[in-house]
Design a binder for this molecule. Sequence first.
Ligand code: KIV
Length: 295
Amino acid sequence: MSLTNFSAGGLSPAATPATKVTIPALAEMKRQLKPISALTAYDYATARLVDEAGIDMILVGDSLAMVVMGHDNTLAITVDEMLHHTRAVRRAVRRALVVADMPFGSYHATVAEGVTNAVRFVKEAGAEAVKIEGPRVELVRALTEAEIPVVAHLGLTPQSVHRMGGYRVQARTAEAVRQLKADALALAEAGAGVMVLEGVPREVAAAITAELPIPTIGIGAGPECDGQILVFHDLVNLSFSPQAKFVRRYADASALFRSAMEHYREDVEHRTFPSDAESYHLPDSARQALGPRTA
Ligand code: KIV
């Protein structure tokens, strides 16, 4: 096995060397009108698959609180839990930009605390950017000064679920649209490198995408954004929640996994697993030494 190959235990084929995706590379994609693909991942195996599929940006999203840990919303997850998942993803990824989501409470009290926590994601987990929700212009400026690239997130920001009164499409009045545009421009001016727009009308996302100098990544924000992001578990039907309008399911992993596990259980119950070929055997010398009963 070559040292340049990326392969766990030599079990899988070598990944093709590819140019690392960076924040400037995403800006260049916007300039060249090349759509940016993004997905969430929370663990090593999924992150390897996402990276090897050529997805440009991987977000270790706090959505893992819901889809992996079973919480009703994203608020409970901690910095230490997010660090743990970010490390696993980082170990898997060679090409995509790895973005860590800053969890609720880790940047809401003071700018200084936000910077301190963001540094942990870079230093302790290898994140290449952090994502923060809401129009926190001073924090974005401070993170930028601290050399930490920022993915901003506006529109439906799940960490504001209690203020919003639920997960509702945002920017549906002229005043709210004007405010969203102003916030987006202020965040870009403060140094944000990418803007996630979630749960906003298509027309609003299109107008912001046209005005903003940085790439927009939409989720429930229509096709005119510079890129799209989905939660991996929604993409493959592993999220156990009603399908949102903006989700397209590309595979039914629930059905696939259920069927695999049912077959396995049946094979165990019928003693057809493991077979003789799937068993280890004594060498002939040991067999002979032990005599016919053991053999
Ligand atoms: O946590 C997450 O997965 C996200 C995406 C939905 C953008 O914030």
